[in-house]
Design a protein around this ligand. Structure first.
Ligand code: FES
Ligand SMILES: [Fe+2]
Length: 342
């Protein structure tokens, strides 16, 4: 239960990070991978380990079709199969076609690359619930930050309304320091839950920038995806956050902000440091909390503002059980109204 869900899709970088014949080393759930894009535009993800002597294939060359290991020149197709062992002579009767590197499924969605690190048999035939965008963005701003904390602790911050007033107290996000009672409606979704609300004009300046009283929908989805969709008339903004387990104690937080209004492109240089500041606030507090959890790994989940955190663990437990029993995931949550002060 403490481990991230194995048979799940995690964000490993922007789709545009994988271009040309570049190879990128990616760390996902303790696994070292090499990710690239072939000449036909298809992404691939392989274990970053040459079967010969363990060399990192990401340090080698890629010609759009095959990777060449920099140690002894073994070549591998993007399907992981060994294509050539150049040091073999005609006296060698060895068949290298049986040698292969582990391959991982990889997909592209919402401008990001997603990898499923699961080894062994896959559960149901359920399609991956990858975050998509339902409008054509005029621009996009992405900030990613590594957090020295477990995947669970980091992911909880995506569904935790209680920390916002204390951690994210920058003037531009939360001008009022007062705690106010909030009432929010929650409903289960296929892989998580949503919260819908109408932001008041007294909300953060970020919402006010959109004009009017925008409608905000926040969805959490397993394994660690938070999708905030903001709608004000025809104007659309999406703020997506993805948690990616790198190792048992390091998690990557990726935040992507998309907008439909071309005029907002001008604000991009201003928005980037603010987004970084916001993520750094989470990073700092999570890293300190992780040290406390390392000393004693228990949490007291208390009150309605901690219910979404409890739901996270319930969803995860159900996903693990469904995988064990080889059946489809059944969302155990019910619609509910929550009240808290924030
Ligand atoms: S380690 Fe890769 S070819 Fe020898
Ligand atoms: Fe946060």
């Amino acid at each position: 239960m403490r481990r991230p869900l194995a048979d799940a899709w995690y964000c490993v970088g922007r789709a545009t990070d994988f271009a040309g014949n570049a190879l990128r080393a990616v760390e996902l759930d303790g696994e070292q991978m090499v990710v690239g894009r072939d000449a036909a535009g298809a992404l691939f993800a392989l274990r970053d380990r040459c079967p010969h002597r363990g060399m990192a294939l990401s340090k080698g060359r890629f010609d759009g079709a095959a990777l060449t290991c920099p140690f002894h020149g073994w070549r591998f197709g993007t399907d992981g199969r060994c294509r050539d062992v150049p040091t073999l002579s005609s006296a060698d009767a060895a068949d290298f076609s049986r040698i292969a590197v582990q391959r991982f499924p990889v997909l592209e969605s919402a401008g990001f690359a997603w990898v499923n690190p699961h080894l062994g048999p896959r559960g149901g035939a359920e399609p991956p619930a990858l975050p998509a965008l339902d409008f054509e963005p005029a621009g996009c701003l992405v900030v990613a930050l590594e957090v020295e904390a477990s995947f669970d602790l980091t992911t909880l911050s995506l569904v935790d309304p209680g920390h916002v007033a204390f951690v994210h107290d920058s003037w531009w996000f939360r001008p009022s320091k007062e705690l106010r009672e909030k009432v929010k409606r929650f409903a289960p979704t296929p892989h998580g839950f949503t919260m819908t609300s109408h932001a008041t004009t007294k909300s953060s300046p970020v919402y006010r920038l959109l004009g009017g009283a925008p409608e905000v929908e926040i969805e959490f989805r397993l394994p660690g995806v938070r999708l905030e969709r903001i709608r004000a008339g025809a104007r659309r903004v999406a703020n997506y956050t993805f948690a990616t387990p790198m190792s048992h104690d390091r998690t990557l937080l990726t935040n992507a902000l998309y907008w439909s209004m071309p005029a907002l492109n001008l604000l991009k240089p201003l928005a980037r440091p603010l987004m970084r500041q916001f993520l750094t606030q989470d990073q700092q507090v999570l890293q300190h909390a992780q040290k406390g959890l390392d000393r004693k790994p228990t949490m007291v989940l208390f009150g309605q503002s901690d219910l979404p955190s409890q739901w996270y663990f319930r969803l995860k437990r159900e996903a693990l059980q469904a995988a064990r029993e080889g059946r489809p995931f059944r969302n155990p949550l019910q619609p509910q109204e929550l009240r808290w002060r924030s």
